[in-house]
Design a protein around this ligand. Structure first.
Ligand SMILES: [Zn+2]
Length: 140
């Protein structure tokens, strides 16, 4: 049984999404600076024809878009746990996220962008590894 009411659960999940991801992004931003990786901006809006997207980090010149994907919201194979209550509701929400991720990545690639997606858990475990992965995409 879920310890939260529906409304409360919704609020909790929203909080997980915003603060969880934000702190991971900050960790990555600091690591990029520490390693002297320059030329990125946060949350720049990119038009996708229909719709648009705001990658967490954008390198405009080499056209590299970096997304930090939260383990829960983006269904990480390691930590993408299924919520115990309102399972169907959450699964369809998560499936929608997954489809949107794929659609956004494909649309960006069609426009000549290199898309890098790093997992929240990779940032937490091995932020230097994430930085070198990004660096390779930015200056191959
Ligand atoms: Zn994970």
């Amino acid at each position: 049984m879920d310890v939260f009411t529906r409304r409360k659960r919704s609020a909790v999940m929203t909080a997980v999404r915003s603060t969880g991801n934000r702190s991971t992004e900050v960790v990555l931003a600091k690591a990029l600076r520490r390693h002297g990786v320059k030329g990125w901006r946060r949350h720049l809006q990119i038009s996708l024809g229909p719709g648009n997207t705001r990658p967490d980090f954008v390198f405009l010149k080499p056209r590299v878009a970096v997304f930090v994907d939260g383990c829960f919201w983006h269904c990480c194979p390691v930590h993408g746990t299924k919520p115990a209550s309102r399972t169907d509701f959450w699964l369809s929400k998560l499936e929608k996220n997954r489809r949107r991720d794929r659609r956004v990545s494909a649309a960006l690639r069609r426009q000549g962008w290199t898309v890098v997606r790093v997992w929240e858990h990779s940032v937490k475990r091995d932020v230097d590894g994430c930085v070198s992965q990004i660096r390779k995409s930015v200056s191959p």
